[in-house]
Structures are given as structure tokens and as C-alpha cells.
Design a protein around this ligand. Structure first.
Ligand SMILES: Cc1cc2nc3c(=O)[nH]c(=O)nc-3n(C[C@H](O)[C@H](O)[C@H](O)COP(=O)(O)OP(=O)(O)OC[C@H]3O[C@@H](n4cnc5c(N)ncnc54)[C@H](O)[C@@H]3O)c2cc1C
Length: 370
């Protein structure tokens, strides 16, 4: 049972101190996906908050504060919960009652892990280049193609696969809910990523994969409506990850600067360092407030927050990149080794500028509405 919204943050803090902190470094080093923790955190009711399952006045705000708190301690865990939420979104918002009865409870509590399969080798920012096809055969569709960069690949049981059923372009796509164990689904070896290594990412090949017609989410040729229904949430969740990651870097840089002595003084007493820390803390707070405003708007007005969400994602992730880079500088040589987590955080920040729409694409979105 999900816990009361008022208790979610306290429960997250408890799980962090009792179960998360002890396994972060080894899980990242051994590239181990924390399935049990993802399920425990989802079971608190996090995906349900933003998928209309819980009545509370500020679900998006609460969700993003929770994701930020997780990201302060472990980005991969925060991102896994966020990704699970996005992978459940299509089913929750566009699935029929039969599909929801069958899969939604386990997706919401993270017992059944999901993936979104949009990207392909030739289709990154430009999804109109999707080449995976779904051909009608009797009461089923047959899928053929390759999906790349699939988050949760290898640990997910259900895949939201976007394939061409109509003409060229975005108007001809359909979203299918595919069992990862279906004959013809081939999960390739995981990508060797710069960071966030506990969360697996891989290509998936679909070869003559038969999917019943009843597994279509939404309507035929209307797959982009399914995808677009989680784009805003996707940006907000990544912004929350970025604020948490940046806060972690500031915390570590500040404590180090208070302890490290050079030229007979703690380095925080040098203005070159203290002003750097002051700017880092100011930019993090600005990012947090922009995210908060975007969340409040979404809670009050629903979907009409694309621009604010794009601005929050852009600003928060650029801030995380800048702040984690400065944190390495504050720690000097120690910051450049894996004895300190700041080098990992710097590598992790880079990802946030790329996923859920690169920051160039966020600028395209913002500029187009000016
Ligand atoms: C770790 C990881 C996890 C991921 N998880 C998933 C997932 O679960 N599911 C999924 O479907 N995808 C996933 N992705 C893919 C991700 O969504 C894409 O990487 C992203 O959409 C960008 O596509 P691309 O990498 O092909 O870059 P491209 O689109 O090829 O872009 C290359 C560069 O050109 C820039 N560019 C492109 N178009 C424009 C433009 N119009 N104006 C200005 N600049 C432009 C981009 O900003 C970028 O800098 C993941 C990626 C990574 C790295």
C-alpha cells in the first residue's frame, strides 16, 4: 500500500540512511541495478503521485522534491524511479481497463520494471526518423527494428515500443506494450557509459516479434500522443535529479573547503574559493525555485507547462554540470580521483544535459514559443 503523501519524504529519508548509503559506491562500481530499492521507493506511491492515482494538492511538487532528495545521495536510484514513472505513464494514461488491471499495480509499485523504447540508431532528437515497423497480421502486429539507449534494458519486463504503422513521420507511429521475454526480442550487451552505471542501458533488436492488437496503447498512428503525455514530466524529473546532484557536489565542496588548509588558512577563507561556493549555492537555489515554479504551474494547470519545464530542465542540468565541475576544482587533485565521489558526479551531470531532450532541443522548444 502506498503511504500517505505527507509521509513520503520521511520514508525516503529513512530508506536513504538505512539502505541506500551503504550500497551506492559498490553498486556503481559493480554496475548492479538496485531492483529491491526501486521497488520499495515506488511502493511508497511515487509514480502514482504524478499518474493520477493519489489525491493530493501538489503531486508534481512532492514527486520532484522526493526525486531531488534521492539524487543528493544516488543519481542512478533517483533516475530509475523517475524512469519507472515515465515507463508507467503510457499504460496509466492510455491503456484500456484490461491492460491496466493486468499490469498497472505491479508497474506502480516497481515490481514490474518498464522501459520506454523511442530512440533508434538514426532517430535521436528527431523521432520522425524512427524506422522500426509494425505490420498488421490477423489479430496481431509484427515488429521489426532496433531500439537504442533503452534505459532499464535487461531488468525490465515490459517495453513501450514506438513503431511505424502508418505513413512517414510522427503521425504514423503507434505505441505497443511488449513483453521483454517475447520470442524475437534480443537485448544486446549493456552500453559502457561514462556514468550512472548502476542503471543499465542497451540496444534491443526486435525480429519478427508478434504483439497482440490488444497491446496497443492509445490509438493506432497516435503513438506520439502517448509519448507527449510524459515529455513534461520527463523534463521536470530530470531537473529534480540535477538539483539533487548539484546540491551533493556543493555539500562536499563546502565541507572540504572548511577542512583543507593551505598557506596556513582553511581554503574557504580565500575569496577565490568562498565566492565560487557562493555562486554555486545561488545557482542551485535559482534552479530549485524555477523547478518549483514549473511544478506548481503543472499542479495548478495541468499540461500547459512545456516552456517552464523546458526552462527548468535546461537551467538545472546546466547548473549541475557547472557546479559539479567547480566541486572537482575545489577539491583539487583529490577531486580528480575515484576516492572522492565528485568526479563521478561530474560524469553523471553530463548525462542530464543529454537525456529527456538534449539542452539544445530544450532551447528550440523555448525559442519557438517566444
Ligand atoms: C544513458 C542514456 C539513457 C537513455 N535512455 C533512453 C531511454 O530509456 N529511451 C529512449 O528512447 N532513449 C533514451 N536515451 C536516448 C536519448 O533520448 C537521446 O540520446 C537523445 O534524445 C538525443 O539523441 P542523440 O543522442 O541521437 O543525439 P542527436 O539527436 O543525434 O543530436 C546530436 C547533437 O546535435 C544536437 N541537435 C540535434 N538536433 C538539433 C537541433 N534541431 N538544433 C540544435 N541542436 C540539435 C543535439 O543537441 C546533440 O548535441 C538515452 C540516452 C542515454 C545516453
Amino acid at each position: 500500500m502506498p503511504c500517505e503523501p505527507d509521509h513520503i519524504l520521511a520514508e525516503i529519508d529513512r530508506l536513504v540512511s538505512e539502505e541506500v548509503l551503504a550500497i551506492v559506491e559498490t553498486s556503481e562500481r559493480n554496475e548492479t541495478f538496485p531492483s529491491a530499492l526501486v521497488s520499495k521507493i515506488c511502493s511508497l506511491g511515487l509514480p502514482g503521485l504524478v499518474l493520477g492515482q493519489t489525491k493530493t494538492p501538489d503531486p508534481t511538487t512532492l514527486f520532484c522534491v522526493a526525486i531531488e532528495r534521492l539524487a543528493v545521495h544516488w543519481l542512478a536510484l533517483a533516475e530509475a524511479v523517475h524512469l519507472q514513472t515515465l515507463a508507467t505513464s503510457g499504460l496509466a494514461q492510455h491503456g484500456d481497463d484490461k491492460l491496466k488491471n493486468e499490469f498497472l499495480p505491479d508497474m506502480l509499485n516497481g515490481k514490474l520494471i518498464g522501459s520506454n523504447c523511442l530512440s533508434e540508431p538514426s532517430a535521436g532528437s528527431d523521432l520522425s526518423q524512427i524506422e522500426t515497423t509494425a505490420t498488421s497480421r490477423g489479430d496481431a502486429y509484427v515488429l521489426n527494428g532496433v531500439k537504442s539507449w533503452v534505459g532499464h534494458a535487461g531488468v525490465s519486463g515490459l517495453l513501450n515500443v514506438y513503431a511505424k504503422t502508418g505513413g512517414a513521420g510522427l503521425g504514423g507511429l503507434t505505441c505497443f506494450l511488449v513483453d521483454a521475454g517475447s520470442p524475437g526480442v534480443q537485448i544486446q550487451s549493456r552500453e559502457k557509459k561514462m556514468g550512472v552505471r548502476a542503471l543499465p542501458t542497451a540496444k534491443i533488436v526486435f525480429e519478427q516479434v508478434e504483439v497482440p492488437r490488444s497491446r496497443i496503447l492509445g490509438r493506432i498512428n497516435r503513438g506520439m500522443i502517448v509519448a507527449q503525455s510524459f515529455f513534461v514530466q520527463g523534463r521536470l524529473g530530470i531537473a529534480a535529479c540535477a538539483v539533487g546532484l548539484a546540491q551533493a557536489a556543493l555539500n562536499r565542496a563546502t565541507s572540504y573547503a572548511k577542512a583543507r588548509v593551505q598557506f596556513g588558512s582553511k581554503i574557504i577563507e580565500f575569496q577565490g574559493i568562498s565566492f565560487l561556493l557562493a555562486d554555486m549555492s545561488t545557482e542551485i537555489e535559482a534552479a530549485r525555485q524555477l523547478l518549483c515554479r514549473a511544478c506548481r504551474e503543472r499542479d495548478a494547470r495541468g499540461q500547459k507547462t512545456e516552456v517552464l519545464a523546458a526552462q527548468a530542465k535546461l537551467f538545472a542540468t546546466d547548473t549541475a554540470m557547472k557546479v559539479t565541475t567547480h566541486a572537482v576544482q575545489v577539491l583539487g587533485a583529490y577531486g580528480y580521483t575515484s576516492d572522492e565521489p565528485v568526479e563521478r558526479w561530474m560524469r553523471e551531470a553530463k548525462l542530464l544535459q543529454i537525456i529527456e531532450g538534449t539542452n539544445q532541443i530544450q532551447r528550440v522548444t523555448i525559442a519557438s514559443r517566444l
